[in-house]
Design a protein around this ligand. Structure first.
Ligand code: NDP
Length: 288
């Protein structure tokens, strides 16, 4: 970690696009060596949320590009729990499928937890099943949630020291903030999780050696939130004036941070790479 920065020096980019391509290329070469069988990923998409449609299309395209078998099950927004559960049951039983992902959010009339609980923990490549989350907190997960794991891989690639460092995460969701806190803790960081009721957020963030934002508020994290030389990871994906932006005000923060993720091209591509990595892991486990 750089402690001192010359005044006009900009932060080093934590390039998730580049690292994700490296990970996916490794997966592809492993798949090419397999005879007659491919790891299979199934995505269940309910409704017509435009962002979800884009994410699912990207996951499907990337999976195919790197040699995976891929299925997408699209259901209308009016679909009932029973129909979704029946598709998940079919996918749990299918020998072609090694990873099942239910794209969130689900329509309001569907109880998300019931659906996530129905995915076989052995095919739960998103790591959202209670068994996998529980195992994560015990230090022995079958699958680690993709976005938090993607952040960890990015920090590792750039040799960011975590042990003894102060890590502040803004956001406490089950898919990002909470599992990420655990992963950072397991690498001996001292972790603070912030949320909408946190008092003096700016001051708390200023103490971070590693500041991670997963709140979903465009450009909320300003230069004044950031300690000189901090590592800043922006998980947020927000639409602002027809552009995709993160939670971090990149232009001003890059002048203060030592490392920073761009949006797009930071955590987003890492999420997909880890999803595919988890699918191959599941395939290999099913073969052993
Ligand atoms: P959630 O809406 O589930 O959680 C947002 C969190 O931010 C909550 O804990 C909330 O607090 C907190 N928060 C909101 N406003 C404030 C505020 N003003 N001050 C402090 N905390 C605040 O979102 P997700 O975790 O699902 O996603 C977060 C962001 O990450 C989104 O932009 C999403 O699109 C993006 N994302 C990106 C991924 C990627 O691959 N790059 C993958 C997944 C998500 P509280 O709990 O009190 O409500």
């Amino acid at each position: 970690m750089k402690d001192e920065k010359a005044k006009d020096e900009k932060a080093t980019l934590l390039d998730g696009k580049k690292l994700s391509q490296k990970i996916c290329a490794t997966l592809k070469s492993k798949i090419e060596k397999l005879k007659n069988k491919k790891p299979g990923l199934a995505v269940v998409l309910v409704g017509d949320n435009p962002a979800s449609q884009i994410y699912v299309a990207k996951k499907e395209k990337t999976a195919r590009e790197f040699g995976f078998y891929s299925e997408v099950h699209r259901l209308p927004a009016s679909a009932q729990e029973k129909e979704i559960l029946s598709i998940i049951q079919h996918l749990n039983d299918s020998s072609k499928i090694h990873g099942i992902l239910v794209q969130l959010p689900l329509p309001a009339h569907i109880q998300t937890q019931i659906i996530l609980n129905a995915v076989s923990p052995l095919k739960d490549v998103d790591g959202f099943h209670p068994l996998n989350l529980g195992r994560l907190f015990m230090g022995d997960p079958l699958f680690t949630p993709c976005t938090p794991q993607g952040v960890m891989e990015l920090l590792k690639e750039y040799h960011i020291e975590l042990s003894g460092k102060s890590a502040v995460i803004v956001g406490r969701s089950l898919i990002v903030g909470k599992p990420l806190a655990h992963l950072l803790l397991s690498q001996n960081a001292t972790v603070t999780i912030c949320h909408s009721k946190t008092k003096n957020l700016e001051e708390v963030c200023q103490k971070a050696d590693i500041l991670i934002s997963a709140m979903g508020k465009p450009h909320f994290i300003k230069n004044s939130f950031v300690k000189e030389g901090a590592v800043v990871v922006d998980v947020g994906i927000n639409r602002l004036n027809k552009k995709i932006v993160g939670d971090v005000d990149f232009e001003s923060v890059q002048k203060k941070a030592s490392f920073i993720t761009p949006v797009p091209g930071g955590v987003g591509p890492m999420t997909i790479a880890i999803l595919l990595q988890n699918t191959l892991k599941s395939f290999e486990r099913s073969m052993s």
